[in-house]
Design a protein around this ligand. Structure first.
Ligand code: ASP
Length: 438
């Protein structure tokens, strides 16, 4: 039988009426047998997220302040849901235990993880499903790195009987049993892990938007929706994807060949966006799948005559960045120049040191830094067989009087990346969007 793993985000489980929507969605499709919940999110724009309140409790307790007032807000959120849905689980006792342990020097990770844990208890009770504590089946090593293989073994064994199960998102445990969390938004990763372990046919990620848009709606008015995108394309569009789906949530399902479907809990009949390994056979693929970018990059340009013949030149430049813990975004090179694009924020605190060390290691003819550059990725599997895409893109930019400062196209032909002044960021995205999709 078909198996679907569903993950519901914080706004999808923020109160009793959202819980009822979730139950309705699960009942619509019997293949939806596994649920990964987040902690209760915001019910209205000024509302608190339970996870933020839990971190606050931890900070207050660690500073010796009274955290019980903050915890009462958390308690009220869960008790309201339990009362409204007439649930049997002894959530009051579970809340008392969490409250006491926050005061007993528990780690920030433990405190934050209780948002998902308690919501999972309520949801399992409401659905009449089994509850599996993620600490039993999601494993991190002693240093806190996710242990994918140990997790796959434990989780697939725990789910092997096929019983419908609720697995709280966001956390797991180290080998000594101490709770450890993923980074913020990490319930998306748990969902992907459960999908892989269950051998699911589909990973449904239910949130409060109907999937990805082809461009940022704050820049392009009413952009088109993306019906289908590949995992590789989404990686190239990572500047866009991160706000909807945690970046690390793609790996377990991509590797297992399981598609991800982004869906909207408040519009359950909207098909959303399907992310798959290979896009379905389409009669007409749009040339462009999406456009996304980011401001605030710096470009370090190193120039030296005969650089191309000097073995190890590139390695020495990159070694300096590695020493400072800076990762680079792009690396466009010419015959005698090498440019390294890094985020301006990561360079700022060690800028002088980085330049001095590159000079020391490579003795360049010149070295310069250009700040305030935006990077914009135009991505599309449809580019591969379409001649003239780059010409159209650059003509559109030139008609909009935008100066191109950098060009980078990977040999995958999946994307064209341009660098422009930060001041031209929005205009560039609009010019490209209008050329291909307007
Ligand atoms: N509740 C956690 C957070 O707010 C994890 C999640 O929702 O995915 O980051």
């Amino acid at each position: 039988m078909k198996k679907i793993v569903t993950k519901f985000g914080g706004s999808s489980l923020s109160d009793a009426s959202q819980f009822a929507k979730v139950k309705g969605i699960l009942e619509m499709e019997p293949a939806r047998q596994y649920v990964v919940p987040s902690a209760p999110g915001r019910r209205f724009p000024e509302d608190d997220k339970v996870t933020d309140l839990l971190y606050l409790c931890h900070r207050q307790a660690a500073a010796g302040e009274d955290y019980r007032g903050t915890f009462d807000k958390i308690r009220a959120r869960y008790m309201d849901i339990a009362h409204a849905l007439n649930l049997k689980a002894d959530i009051a006792a579970a809340l008392d235990e969490v409250c006491a342990r926050i005061g007993e020097d528990e780690s920030a990770d433990y405190c934050a993880s209780r948002g998902e844990y308690l919501n999972g208890l309520l949801l399992a009770d409401y659905l009449g499903w089994r509850f599996l504590d993620a600490a039993q089946a999601v494993r991190f090593d002693e240093k806190g790195n996710f242990d994918s293989e140990a997790t796959q073994t434990l989780m697939s064994a725990a789910l092997a009987d096929g019983e419908p199960t609720v697995v709280p998102g966001f956390y797991g445990a180290k080998p000594d049993g101490k709770v450890h969390t993923f980074s913020r938004g990490g319930s998306d990763i748990t969902g992907a892990i459960v999908a892989r372990a269950a051998g699911a046919d589909m990973y449904e990620n239910w949130t409060d938007v109907s999937g990805f848009l082809m461009a940022d709606p704050r820049i392009v008015e009413n952009p088109r929706e993306i019906a289908s995108i590949t995992y590789k394309e989404l990686r190239e569009l990572s500047y866009m994807g991160a706000s909807v789906l945690h970046e690390d949530a793609m790996f377990p399902v991509h590797r297992a060949g399981i598609p991800t479907n982004i869906r909207n809990t408040n519009k359950p009949y909207h098909p959303g966006t399907i992310i798959s390994v290979n896009a379905p056979l389409e009669t007409s693929v749009p040339t462009i799948t999406g456009i996304a970018g980011h401001k605030g990059f710096s470009v370090i340009s190193v120039e030296k005559a005969m650089m191309n013949a000097e073995l190890g030149f590139g390695r020495r430049v990159l070694q300096v960045l590695e020493e400072e813990g800076i990762s680079f975004e792009h690396l466009p090179t010419g015959i005698d120049t090498m440019c390294v694009v890094v985020s301006g924020e990561s360079l700022a605190p060690c800028r002088e040191r980085v330049l001095a060390r590159i000079i020391e290691l490579t003795s360049p003819d010149t070295i310069t830094v250009h700040d305030n550059m935006s990077i914009i990725a135009t991505v599309g599997r449809g580019m591969v067989h379409n001649c003239g895409t780059a010409a159209r893109l650059f003509s559109a930019m030139s008609r909009a009087h935008i100066n191109v400062r950098m060009i980078d196209q990977g040999s995958s032909e999946l994307s064209i990346i341009v660098g422009v002044d930060d001041a031209d960021f929005e205009a560039t995205i609009r010019a490209i969007y209008n050329e291909f999709l307007g």
